[in-house]
Ligand binder design. Structure first.
Ligand code: AMP
Length: 304
């Protein structure tokens, strides 16, 4: 049994505009956010690809958090780029530009060490890349995945095939509705569980998250913040905190999953306090624990 997390997904340079400002060429991508979040709890192996334009300073930051980047290839070409703009209501955003670049021909071979990982997460990227990575693992304890609207539309067949081999799917509420073709989120969740996953995490931005399994529903609020600077990557940090916490617990059951969902919510709350990954830069494990305790106080209705 290894408590290592292995994650494949996008490693990006993001440009983000919010009602409060903008930031260009930020470290982003589902794999980067996930890894930074999971690394608070467990050893993390990143699997992804960047171009020769990827700055050393961004690589150094990831390495400074103890993330193993042996699986991050550097190839000729440009790094994946994404840009988005948030509305006044920051739960709503438009993608302005998306360039897969080096991801278009990405076909990684996992190292021996990665193949043995028990905690595997297929962060958001083309479903065929997710599937190509998944088939290389020996026998993971749990496989999680994320996806997004464009893949639900354009790569549904690949995605549905992948879901048969996924234990935990983490998506947002509008994606759940889109994937299930069902407007009620609880009924949508039932349909998605029928597609393969045992556990579905539905993220609802500032309204928190719902975790569904065949016989259980668990609800957590988002940590209430006065200022949200940039929600980009909150979902990936949620999943990273969740998987890191599961790996630290070393077991997957109702109790470890519920605790992991709260850690996911806590780490996501730090991520949105700055542009890009800046919200996480100064955060240490003790800060995560402090906010975890505040979170328990926030939701406790047994004591008085
Ligand atoms: P989130 O806010 O959790 O949806 O994650 C935002 C991150 O996803 C950004 O850092 C983007 O670089 C990355 N991203 C955006 N679109 C895609 C895509 N089509 N495939 C993979 N990653 C993406």
């Amino acid at each position: 049994m290894s408590n290592e997390v292995c994650v494949v997904g996008s490693v990006a340079l993001d440009s983000v505009e919010t009602p409060g400002g903008r930031a260009d060429d930020q470290l982003g991508g589902s794999c980067s956010y996930f890894s930074l979040a999971a690394a608070f709890f467990a050893p993390v192996n990143m699997v992804g690809v960047v171009g020769r334009d990827f700055p050393d300073e961004k690589r150094d930051f990831l390495a400074s958090r103890g993330i193993n980047m042996d699986g991050l290839d550097t190839v000729d070409g440009d790094t994946f780029r994404w840009s988005g703009r948030y509305h006044e209501n920051m739960n709503v955003r438009d993608t302005l530009d998306l360039q897969l670049n080096v991801f278009e021909s990405f076909n990684p071979r996992l190292s021996e060490a990665c193949r043995k990982s028990d905690f595997v997460f297929l962060a958001n990227i083309i479903p065929s890349v997710q599937a190509g990575v998944l088939e290389q693992f020996d026998s993971p304890l749990i496989v999680g995945a994320d996806t997004m609207d464009i893949y639900i539309d354009d790569a549904r067949e690949d995605l549905e095939a992948l879901l048969k081999n996924v234990d935990l799917l983490s998506i947002n509420d509008s994606e759940a509705v889109q994937l299930a073709g069902e407007a009620n989120v609880v009924r949508a969740a039932r349909r998605i569980l029928d597609m393969g996953p045992d556990t579905l995490l539905v993220k609802r931005g500032e309204y928190g998250a719902l975790q569904f399994s065949a016989d259980d529903i668990f609800a957590v609020p988002a940590f209430p913040l006065e200022t949200v600077v940039d929600p980009t990557g909150a979902g990936d940090c949620f999943a990273g905190g969740l998987f890191g916490s599961l790996a630290e617990a070393g077991e997957v059951n109702r109790r470890s999953l519920r605790r992991a969902v709260v850690y996911g919510s806590v780490v996501a709350s730090f991520a949105v306090e700055g542009f890009g990954v800046e919200g996480l830069r100064q955060v240490e494990r003790e800060d995560v624990e402090r906010r975890f305790r505040e979170f328990m106080a926030l939701t406790d209705f047994h004591t008085e």
